[in-house]
Design a protein around this ligand. Sequence first.
Ligand code: PEP
Ligand code: MN
Length: 263
Amino acid sequence: MASIEVQPERTVIRAGNFEVGGGRIGVIAGPCSVECQEQILASAQAVKKQGATALRGGAFKPRTSPYSFQGLKEEGLKLLASAREATGLAIVTEVVATDDVELVGKYADILQIGARNMQNYRLLEAVGNQVRPVLLKRGPSATLDELLLAAEYILDAGNPNVMLCERGIRTFEAHTRFTLPLASVAWLQARTHLPVVVDPSHGTGHTDLVPRMASASIAAGADGLIMEVHPDPSRALSDGYQSLNFDQFAKTMEMCRRVADAV
Ligand code: PEP
Ligand code: MN
């Protein structure tokens, strides 16, 4: 069902003022993790000012180490909902367990399936059984065919609003956290009507590389971007080394706009 041969017209996904697909470029931005009211509100206001229409922020965090910050859980979801109240931004947040889908859906506008859960098929069915759009991230070791089949689980369960996210894969190369293959954008768009979003933050793991890889994603035809932005990345509780501060985010958006105007 994800196939462009079955559905030639491109899927457009809407959540509040956020739109992605079919020529509409949607920008999702915000911190890796929700940390406190002040941090999420300041982030929301800053990313909105630069043209983002959705706010990201993890409340349930899938961390490599069990000793790392695990997120504020429901308290984080409440803070995201209050940032939506204040700014009108759509809320994108990750759900890591089938049992949490209903709770996260009460607060979020778009449910994120993280890279580590791309092949958690019961979780894919659970988000397929509810009404919120889904941002499905590519697993770090998954092929693009496997990504499309993971999307198929959600579509087949009855939820047509799936956007795919290229967030980098694991290779032998160690100069970046992951290797970000932008050819995925065109490859996927030739095969599926679903919007394709790029995450240059996780894709590179380095703040300095994000502006150029974000604008390169737009040049490659991406339908949207998801980027990590934090008021003070040096103090972030997760992924500060790949987060943009507000000024860097403003410059990145300006670069992306110039590229979008040119292509
Ligand atoms: C995130 O978006 O913060 C995240 C954990 O991403 P990924 O699942 O792509 O690693
Ligand atoms: Mn992160």
